[in-house]
Design a protein around this ligand. Sequence first.
Ligand SMILES: *[C@@H]1O[C@H](CO)[C@@H](O)[C@H](O)[C@H]1NC(C)=O
Ligand SMILES: *[C@@H]1O[C@H](CO)[C@@H](O)[C@H](O)[C@H]1NC(C)=O
Length: 300
Amino acid sequence: MTTYLEFIQQNEERDGVRFSWNSAGSYENVLVAALFIPLKERPDLPPIQYEPVLCSRMMCHFSSIEYVVLCSPQMPLIFLYVVDTCIEDEDLQALRESMQMSLSLLPPTALVGFISFGRMVQVHELGCEGISESYVFRGTKDLSAKQLQEMLALSKVPVTQTTHGVAVSIAVRLLECTFPNTGAQIMMFIGGPATQGPGMVVGDELKTPIRSWHGFEKDNASMVMGDSFNISLFKQTFQRVFTKDIHRLFKMCFGGTLEIKTSREIKFSGAIRPCVSLSSKGPCMSEKEIGTGGTCQWKT
Ligand SMILES: *[C@@H]1O[C@H](CO)[C@@H](O)[C@H](O)[C@H]1NC(C)=O
Ligand SMILES: *[C@@H]1O[C@H](CO)[C@@H](O)[C@H](O)[C@H]1NC(C)=O
């Protein structure tokens, strides 16, 4: 005999979905939230090999369902490595080995880019013979995507996003210019906090304290720090990024679209996570916006 709580826990464990109303009392006009784990493995679930159908009543023995859409367009896998070179030799050597290992795990069709940075940010041109050319940018000055397009002589496409830190900013803008509206992975390896430019969290002088959660609380983003690149924790964690599922596909996803459909009684306010609104209006949107709201579809 399972209790209600056990029943809920079993469902969360199986589906990777958690609803806060399962632990709330009454539901009228209350804010509820759902946590959803995308790509959660469900070995017990038979993959459905046809286009998704909208059903008003779910099959009761499936609390969630997973479709394998066979004719989806094939996008290239894009990996942009962004590497801090202001780190100890030992760490740099270890990081180099981990990166080389990761390259050997990528499919031959994957597109790879490389940006290194210290006081300067260097965008490297990769060829079969190694690095043929590098473009150097000042680490204190943020560039607009348009400026970057002109400097690297890239083809012109409309660009929108902004971000913190010159190296990561250049990485994002490079992707915006070259592969707009395409999913990509920026792999950022940093040896410490940013000490100059727009992503700065601490100065060179010891008297300046590093930004802490007090800043984060005021919407002034902070960061999480680890030990070294030459420890098994980093090496194994990094290697796990590239693990594959039983179909020999990466357990990571690129350019996903999240869409929410609710029953009439429920309105939703928004999504909290790194996602971009697709500005798709729906009947179930609440006037109260939380996170990225005003849409029922997001790109992630
Ligand atoms: C990384 O650490 C191991 C074990 O402490 C050590 O043997 C090895 O030389 C280190 N690697 C580098 C590149 O220094
Ligand atoms: C955010 O943090 C930076 C660096 O510590 C600081 O210079 C800036 O004043 C902070 N901004 C706000 C709004 O607290």
